[in-house]
Write a protein that binds this ligand. Structure first.
Ligand SMILES: *Cc1c(COP(=O)(O)O)cnc(C)c1O
Length: 408
């Protein structure tokens, strides 16, 4: 006799689909969502509610004593936010996700929850400048030490770890140079030295790489970018083990950097097409990088999918695709000549950010480093002839044709 596979729906008709082992697109569409929802609606309702009520005094006592899974007050959680958190945890193969109002909110919340005065944090130096600024200017005010070592210099990272080091942090790939960290090596340093490891995986996304599977403790995303994907919201998330994230969730409830129920719904909606969009971002990035590499006006292209990229080997070994961000340098161009190329494109709009359906282009020297001295820019390897293109999901042939006319 055939024994039907037991399903969680046998006991709970509302239980979400078990997505372990299913593909990223199935997880993006279904993970974390109840099978049967209020009002028999296929979409999750937006609970526009700041507070949640109790039938009587005993139900409050039961809620507190039994730690019942229900809402109490909006700063501690919202049903829609929990759906998005379960979906994001499933996409990254993590036990738990904690959603914040922005990527920076997630970083600040995570570090504040885990670091104490007298402890230290070590960064690879190509990490997002606001993340490093928070540690250098603000965590130090609370007695937390901050050090930076050259990106992907694993010996320097190991040497910088002292008895007070609590955390090591990197981004991968980095922005705008797209250096790729060997995640397994990074996680191994953390394990051997007994320090927590954090990867800001905003640029690779769980579609291209899952740092938790390599043994990293925390993965952080600015969901403003590829996860939301439509340039219409800000959000951030940290994913990891329940044990290490419970204190982060608790501190979020005190700090208050939470998403509105409407924003959480926008993110859930954006995530439905996450895997589909990533396929196109990856394809567009590679097509544009290959085109630029052959162009006579281009002297260098930074894209981990190109064989010429210094980190191609590690990227090809660890990543499914290489994302939509392409950075390139022009030949014999001062900043004004470079600006003329940026101003001549017709499809990408000029602006900061990345990861949305619309392509965005910018000159880092102008957009992010205008107030820096030439020496400071040189230290960051930001040259006047550098252009950063964040490919959206337009047709690759159209993006290539547009760049060809702008460079022409
Ligand atoms: C944008 C970004 C952040 C900050 O995220 P916000 O959502 O803008 O706060 C952090 N890290 C990386 C790599 C980013 O690209």
């Amino acid at each position: 006799m055939l024994t039907p596979t037991p399903s969680p729906h046998d006991t709970d008709p509302a239980a979400p689909l078990e997505t372990a082992g299913l593909g990223p697109s199935t997880a993006a569409v279904h993970a974390g969502e109840a099978r049967q929802k209020p009002g028999h609606s296929i979409t999750d309702p937006i609970f526009a509610s700041s507070t949640y009520t109790f039938t009587d005094t005993q139900s409050i006592v039961d809620f507190i004593e039994e730690d019942q899974p229900r809402e109490e007050y909006g700063r501690y959680g919202n049903p829609g936010e929990r759906v998005v958190e379960r979906k994001l945890a499933a996409l990254d193969a993590g036990e738990m996700a904690v959603l914040f109002a922005s990527g920076m909110g997630a970083l600040v919340g995570l570090l504040m929850a885990h670091l104490n005065a007298g402890e230290e944090i070590v960064f690879f130096d190509e990490c997002y400048h606001r993340s490093r600024e928070f540690c250098r200017k603000h965590l130090t005010r609370f007695g937390v030490g901050f050090r930076e070592v050259p990106t992907c210099d694993y010996d320097a990272m190991e040497a910088a770890i002292g008895p007070r080091t609590k955390f090591i942090v990197s981004e991968s790939p980095t922005n705008p140079h797209l250096s790729v960290v060997d995640i397994e090596r990074f996680a191994d340093i953390g394990r051997r030295k007994g320090v927590l490891t954090l990867i800001d995986a905003t640029l690779c996304t769980p579609y291209n790489l899952k740092p938790l599977e390599a043994g990293v403790d925390f993965v952080l995303h600015s969901a403003t970018k590829y996860l939301g994907g439509h340039n219409d919201l800000l959000a951030g998330v940290v994913v990891g083990s329940r044990e290490k994230l419970e204190p982060v969730r608790h501190l979020r409830g005190i700090m208050g950097g939470v998403n509105s129920p409407h924003n959480a719904y926008l993110l859930e909606r954006g995530l439905k097409t996450f895997a589909l969009r990533m396929e196109r971002h990856n394809a567009n990035g590679l097509a544009v990088a290959r085109f630029l590499e052959r162009h006579p006006r281009v002297r260098q292209v930074f894209y981990p999918g190109l064989e010429s990229h210094p980190f191609h080997t590690v990227a090809a070994r660890t990543m499914r695709g290489f994302g939509g961000l392409v950075t390139f340098l022009l030949k014999d161009a001062d900043w004004r000549a470079t600006a003329r190329v940026v101003d001549a494109v017709r499809i990408p709009r000029i602006g900061p950010s990345l990861g949305g359906v619309e392509s965005l282009i910018e000159q880092p020297m102008v957009m992010s480093y205008w107030n820096y001295s030439p020496a400071e820019r040189a230290a960051f390897r930001i040259s006047d002839d550098m252009i950063r293109l964040a490919c959206g999901i337009e047709d690759p042939a159209d993006l290539v044709a547009d760049l060809a006319q702008a460079l022409g």
